[in-house]
Design a binder for this molecule. Sequence first.
Ligand code: CP
Ligand code: NVA
Length: 308
Amino acid sequence: MKDFIAISDYTSDEIQDMLDLAVKLKKQYFKKGNKKIFKGKVLGMIFQKPSLRTRVSFDMAMRHCGGDALYLSPNEIGLGKRESIADIARVLSGYVQALMARTFDHAHVVELAKWSDIPVVNGLSDYNHPCQGMADALTIVEKFGKKSKGLNVSYIGDGNNVAVSLMHVSALLGWNFTLASPEGYDLNPAAVEIGQALALKTKSKLTFLRDPHEAVKKAHVIYTDTWTSMGQEEETAKREKVFPPYQVNAQLVSEADKDVIVMHCLPAHRNQELTDDVADGPHSVIFQQAHNRLHAQKAILARLFDAA
Ligand code: CP
Ligand code: NVA
């Protein structure tokens, strides 16, 4: 396992193993602190876009385990502009022990991995958000425990990068995944094809709808994300006209399973895709989910470093 670029690059067993390790490292962290399994290691963090959770949780994951992290801003690196991605990858391979990259173009993180001698972790691209998907899965497993197989996970809104990783992790773990999106905002067809192949193996079901009300019937998880992702800002006004029927609000939540949990990767645009009363209400797990980024990423890094 050299890189962590997409959840779909891994088997169900490998994903389950990383989740089990995340649970173990989380317990260890709260009990007596993590063992210093990343001692002597530095994670270079390349950011082409803003970040709160990804930046801080990776930095803290490294520090808690005895390592360190180095933030590299868009202006410093100029990925593919000041210097080619291949050259950046080969230079950084001699300075740090792993890279995390948040890029616009998915091909750029793939290119970094191709030319790096060190592990590369995808910290969100226009295609997917695999570290988020792992934290989401950890949160779902914590909430539903061993009974999680056969759960119904419903994503409401834009068929974006976060939805791709949630679909893939759901398919790998045997959860039924339903997505309701407006016409023109469907999931990437290539990602759906990959998801269908994974779902076939675990006998889970993928369903794609237009109607959010139909999508949340019997849902154990309702998930939403921003209507306008980073890099799409010029489409904001257009999207704000299309997406309001896809708002996750108290009415929609009341149509799901009575014990449904509500998830959002954050940052949330409150009272757009998610109302305040739901975000701060009894079904919401959004902060547990955000905190789980830390624990899930420790497990991913530990497997990449072969350190636990
Ligand atoms: N969920 C997430 O990736 O948040 P940031 O953009 O703040 O890192
Ligand atoms: N879909 C959002 C996720 C942010 C964490 C974006 O790409 O901006």
